[in-house]
Structure formats: structure tokens, C-alpha cells
Design a protein around this ligand. Structure first.
Ligand code: PLP
Length: 420
């Protein structure tokens, strides 16, 4: 935990107008990450146990228990977790999965590997998350599932999404990578749909060196995912050996990774609650600054495990772009400040655009039943929001209330400098 700033230090660090550069280095950076006190002990167990201590199984059990779900299937990351889930669901090539448009490529890769068709629902205006209202118009007779992303740690409004999915017989999955242990109406992320996927990459709220998993209450789905991801789709036939029933992967979580994850699990509740407290201190301070609006925290998100601070800047009030503003924020001492236009998947996935134009696999007709279009303009809310979105991912367990004041001072000073 970073040293708590005294009031005097905080006052000294607070920038006078136009001199925010004095604050460089005063805010905590993401790295080095804070690790749980037992991480080293568990890694040591793996080494001294001759690399055969079933640490991944131990972590699976502990993680499932901490969420209150029946199964956790570990993988080397969330990308591989979602690829495993996509393979296990056994939809047909050309089947459609409705997915959030503002996300990481890892959300989409598995869908494309299985030759499913990602259909991007727009986000709600003024946010980075999808809703039942934005998902509904995307449903067709080929839709099989909905894959929502709880972007930045803010949870999608899941009750209406689940209700919509139930009416259309759709599988629902949460991409919970950025929202570890956030809570919606008192229920923890990972328990809000049929399955959920997590990432434990070094930048994530529950960080390890790499890692991910899928959690679910569905016994058959869990064992199918293990078969695909851990057994490579093979059974052992006496007198013959491995017999590959299915296309499988070798997506096992490394034992040392599992050891770190197990140690991190012991401190995650405390860290998530701390991020929530810090975000709820910081948001009102940022809201007071003319021309910038922090991402709205919905009332039904009772615990916001904040992975990323996000601000929308009103372009009519500034004489600079979001890139310029974020660069100035970074120069003034907000580590990691930047923009996130690349998160707009329908624009960023050039290979999908090319495939739809050439009607090549998975868009050859049949099995695809419609003409699909990808591009920036297919999700106008998401595009408009990301155009003027500034974010940074370093609000963490290291932040103290004084850091929030410093962040707000920096944002205010930089915003004042650039306002019309
Ligand atoms: C929303 C989201 N989904 C998926 C991923 C991919 O996770 P991993 O790097 O563990 O494969 C990430 C990681 O950045 C993410 O933020």
C-alpha cells in the first residue's frame, strides 16, 4: 500500500494554476502491482512440490467458492477462456452472437475462431455499456447468445438483459475482465448470467502474470470446457492412447500463475472495496469541472470495482482534441492518461470488414443468413462517446483520498487551460 499523504504534503503537491507539471510522479502508478501476502508462499509451494501440487485446481475451487458459483475452469487468459466457451457452446458456423462494441479483441477472438458472427449492439448513449434496449434490435433467427462486457468495472443492467435473453432462448455470458468483484444489486459479477469470463493479466484488478477463467453453474458446460481446454478434446483409449473426439486446445493455467492468483484472491475483496471508495470520492470532484463528465455510475452498481477512470469531454467547450487533452493530463502527472478509440471493435477489426466485403468465411452465404457490415458508423453511440473519451487505468488499491484531490486538480487545471 502506498504511503498515505499527509494534508501538508497533499497541499504542497496540489498544483497552482498552470503549474501542474510540479505534480509529476506524485500519483501512484499501476506498477509495481500490489500482491497478496501469501503469493510468494504459494509460488514456493509449486517449486518445492516439484511442479506437481495441483495449484490450478486449488485456485479453481477457491475462486468458484468466493463468487458462489459451482465451477471455475482456468485458462491462460480471458481470450483463451472465451475461446474455450465459444467452442464448448457448439453453435453452428454462421450463428450470431450479440456482443458489446466497446471492448478488447479478446472478447471477439473465440467467436471468430468458431466461425460465429459477431453482431455489435450499440452502447447506451453516454456510456460504454450495452443494454437490453440496444441489444433487442440486433436479435434475429440466427442469434444464439449475448456476450456483454462490464466495461471499466461498471456493470451492465443485467436483469433486463437476462429477461430479454430468456424470451429469445439465448445464452448470456459476462466478460468480467474489467469488473472483478463489482456488484450489481448486491450480486457479484460472475454470477449474473449463464457464464462469465475473467482475466488476471498484470494490469487487471485481480492481477497475476497472466491468466483467466470461465465460471458457470452449468455442470455439463463446465466439463465440456475442461475437455476442450485442458484435455485437448481427447479421451484415453486403453491399448491405443489419446483419441481426439473434438478439436481441443491446450489452454491450461500455469501452476505459478495459479499460485499468484490464489494469493491475490485473498486480498481482492479489500482491493475492490477500496477502488469503489476511491471512485466515489473522485467522481464528484471530477463532476464539478466544467466540460468534463465522468462515466455515470448506475444506482444499481452498489460496488464499483473501478478498473479505469473514464471522462467524456464536451467538444463544444474545448479548443483541443481528446488526444491532446489526455496527452496534457499524462504530461501533468496522471499516469496512463490516454484515449481509447481502438476499443471500438466494429472499426478496429479490419479483417472482419474485409471478410464481409469478399463474403469469405464466416460470411459466405450460406451459412451466414444476412449481409453484415462492420465499421465505425454501425454503432453511432459508441463512436460518438469514444471520440471524446479520456481515460486512465491507474486508480488502484494504492490510491488515497488525497490522490483524488490531486487528480481533480490536475484535470481542472488542464481543462481550464484548454477551454474556449
Ligand atoms: C474486456 C476484456 N476482455 C478480454 C480481455 C482479454 O484478456 P486476456 O488478456 O487475459 O486474454 C481483456 C484484456 O484486456 C479485456 O479488457
Amino acid at each position: 500500500m502506498a504511503e498515505r499523504l499527509t494534508d501538508a504534503t497533499a497541499a504542497r503537491l496540489r498544483p497552482s494554476a498552470g503549474h501542474v507539471e510540479e505534480t509529476l510522479g506524485a500519483l501512484p502508478t499501476m506498477f509495481p502491482r500490489t500482491v497478496g501476502p501469501n503469493c510468494l508462499k504459494y509460488v514456493q509451494e509449486v517449486i518445492s512440490g516439484g511442479l506437481k501440487v495441483n495449484m490450478a485446481e486449488r485456485f479453481e475451487k477457491a475462486f468458484a467458492e468466493s463468487l458462489g458459483v459451482k465451477h471455475c475452469v482456468t485458462t491462460p487468459g480471458c481470450t483463451s477462456a472465451l475461446a474455450t466457451l465459444a467452442a464448448a457452446l457448439e453453435f453452428e458456423p454462421g450463428d450470431e452472437v450479440i456482443v458489446s462494441p466497446v471492448t478488447d479483441f479478446g472478447t471477439i477472438q473465440g467467436l471468430c475462431l468458431e466461425n460465429y458472427i459477431p453482431v455489435f449492439a450499440d452502447t447506451e448513449a453516454g456510456t460504454v455499456n450495452v443494454s437490453a434496449e440496444t441489444i433487442e434490435p440486433c436479435i434475429t433467427d440466427r442469434t444464439r447468445a449475448v456476450l456483454v462486457v462490464h466495461k471499466t468495472g461498471l456493470v451492465c443492467d443485467m436483469d433486463p438483459i437476462n429477461e430479454l435473453a430468456r424470451r429469445h432462448n439465448l445464452f448470456v455470458c459476462e466478460d468480467a475482465c474489467q469488473a472483478a468483484f463489482s456488484e450489481y444489486k448486491g450480486r457479484v459479477v460472475g454470477t449474473l448470467a449463464d457464464a462469465a469470463a475473467f482475466s488476471f493479466d498484470p494490469e487487471k484488478t485481480m492481477s497475476s502474470d497472466i491468466g483467466g477463467c470461465v465460471v458457470t453453474d452449468d455442470d455439463a458446460l463446465a466439463s465440456r470446457m475442461r475437455f476442450i481446454a485442458h484435455d485437448r478434446g481427447a479421451v484415453w483409449i486403453p491399448g491405443f492412447g489419446r483419441y481426439h473426439h473434438e478439436m481441443g486446445y491446450s489452454y491450461r493455467m500455469p501452476e505459478c500463475t495459479a499460485a499468484i492468483c490464489l494469493g491475490q484472491l485473498e486480498v481482492i475483496h479489500e482491493h475492490a472495496a477500496h477502488r469503489d471508495r476511491i471512485a466515489r470520492l473522485l467522481w464528484p470532484l471530477l463532476s464539478e469541472i466544467p466540460g468534463v463528465t465522468p462515466l455515470p455510475i448506475p444506482d444499481n452498481v452498489n460496488l464499483f470495482s473501478c478498473w479505469m477512470v473514464g471522462l467524456w469531454m464536451d467538444p463544444s467547450q474545448f479548443n483541443c482534441t481528446a488526444e491532446e487533452l489526455s496527452q496534457q493530463l499524462a504530461d501533468a502527472g496522471i499516469p496512463g492518461a490516454g484515449t481509447a478509440k481502438y476499443y471500438l471493435m466494429p472499426e478496429a477489426l479490419a479483417f472482419l470488414q474485409k471478410r464481409t466485403e469478399s463474403r469469405s468465411h464466416q460470411f459466405s452465404i450460406p451459412p451466414a443468413s444476412r449481409t453484415y457490415t462492420y465499421g465505425a458508423d454501425t454503432c453511432p453511440n459508441a463512436k460518438a462517446y469514444l471520440e471524446n473519451f479520456v481515460r486512465w487505468a491507474s486508480v488502484s488499491e494504492k490510491y488515497q483520498p488525497e490522490h483524488c484531490e490531486l487528480v481533480a486538480d490536475i484535470v481542472r487545471t488542464v481543462a481550464d487551460r484548454n477551454r474556449h
